[in-house]
Design a protein around this ligand. Sequence first.
Ligand code: ATP
Length: 610
Amino acid sequence: MTEMSFLSKTLLRPDLAVHVAIPAALLALYAFASGDSYMTYLATAGAISYVLTASFNLVFGYAGIFSLASIAFYGIGAYASVYAENQWGMPFWLSFPFAMLVASVFAAILIFPTSHLRDIFIAIVTLGFAVTAIEVFAQWDEVTGGAGGIYLIDPPSIGSHTFLGGDPSYLLFSLFVVWAVGELTWRISRSGFGRKLIALRETPRALAASGVNDAKIRFAVFVLSGALAGLAGALYAHFQLIISPEAFSISRLIELLLATVIGGAGTFLGPFLGVLVLILIDEVGARMGDLEPIVYGVAVIVLMSVGRHGVANLLARAWQQWSPVRPTVSSATSATVSKLDEEVLTPEGLDSSRPLLVVEDVTVQFGGVRAVSGVTLALQAGEVVGMVGPNGAGKTSLFNSITGEVTPTSGDVLFAGRSILNDAPHQRRKRGIGRTFQLPSLVPDLTLVENVMLGGEIRARAGLLRQSLFSRVARADDRSRRAEALALLDELGLGDRARGRASDQPYGVQRLTEIARSLMLSPALLMLDEPGAGLTEDERGHLAGVIEHLRRRHLTVIVIDHNVSFVASISDRMVVMDSGELIADGAPKDVLQVERVVGAYLGSEAAAHG
Ligand SMILES: Nc1ncnc2c1ncn2[C@@H]1O[C@H](COP(=O)(O)OP(=O)(O)OP(=O)(O)O)[C@@H](O)[C@H]1O
């Protein structure tokens, strides 16, 4: 291999580039800064800011949880490490994990009042927590030293070496922590855990559709982010050797927000770049005397208007234009249904002696609206059932009461002979009930194959911790999930688009990808809510072929659609709903003759079909 091809191959493989470029950059920074005390100070402060920003980037940037409590966890980590050393004589190297533990315990507690909140409401509750914590830091004299702060009695040392805050050795230690945190975030961003965080941020429904408990993902990222903020706090305390409440103020929180957003929230490089840009703005501003706040403000406004998704995304776009390797996305869903492989889907353990699904006298009431009224329905394994009915007939409400998104007001739903009413949606996915939504619920920022891989997460052998570390088992999981997802996409005729971003795909492709994601669950029952909506004639034809393929594989399928001819052509049996009631149930040709069906809903279309 020539030197050039090695270089270009390394650059084009992000893993290698990160493992080489980040440590090299950190070592270069150390070599550059360690000769000068001011630069050493600046670089160490920057390293600490990076760790704090990376912790916030995980919870806000990746997971989309607008938690402002990071500043409190930062303070808690700082005080906890100093307190443990001063009061209990805890060694320096133990006080760091202790700080992480204490901060993560607070994070674990705070997740409860915020678990059902979103966006600005989370921001308000966590801001309340941050303000309270800042007040406690300033007032709890016995522990925090109150407004005057506390000193670390013994500077950190290992063996005979003392790490004084402004020393090059402390800078080296801080850069080591930066490397470790960077490595962790890189691994997370590559792993199934990272994909689940992005799904949580953009399309939480995609998690439920994949059988993933979003509460668990929220909890994990909140606690992890709290622990990293605590680590930043301990690093800060040992850098300054004195800590006082001003270090954990609201203006520090605003700096943290700015660093995250300017760098590029939800990107790996964002925290590095955000901190660097803020330091540069600070340094330039400091030379401008009274104009400093104006320089700061103007710089932030300019940066945000040039690229509101942050510097990292600007660089990524520039790199994509420069890079010789471009993703290839063909223009049409060209593959034919004949490509569908007979071996792909074989539902296991089906008991054909009893219905797979029984809906017993289910009523769904939304306030004064009775969306479903005493519906009883049984589905045999292997049936393809089409469900039609006018707008507002209650089809989706009935669907949702089977899949768990809606709890029936009365009645029961049995799957494989067992009531599933108490199961959460993600648990029903695990039991074998796959579903798609009326509006496609793919994660726009992930590729198609990554979206489909989400459906296989419930079979992952590696837990969240091993996924975060992207361990050997997690990598092996990932490889096999990717291969399965690619095979499924190929089966559905989407192989050539697998690496395209979901948001760039036409509706038809997105709908089929949702089906592929559901199939990753190896469901016994697949429920498709208007899979044909918004599709072209060609795409509809392709969809009909896919459903026929599922039927041949003995998968039980329920399809809602408004196009009666389409439903009649793909189903073994048709059910018709009107005003919350089931008004017909039988073979398509018989149902289309039922007077109430023809009169109440189908009109000329049914007559034409009949
Ligand atoms: N979450 C909700 N809150 C209040 N009313 C609701 C809710 N969901 C559905 N409804 C109402 O319940 C009735 C049935 O709606 P549903 O969406 O189940 O019908 P549908 O047959 O699926 O209609 P469409 O074909 O238009 O999707 C409608 O009157 C609807 O407005």
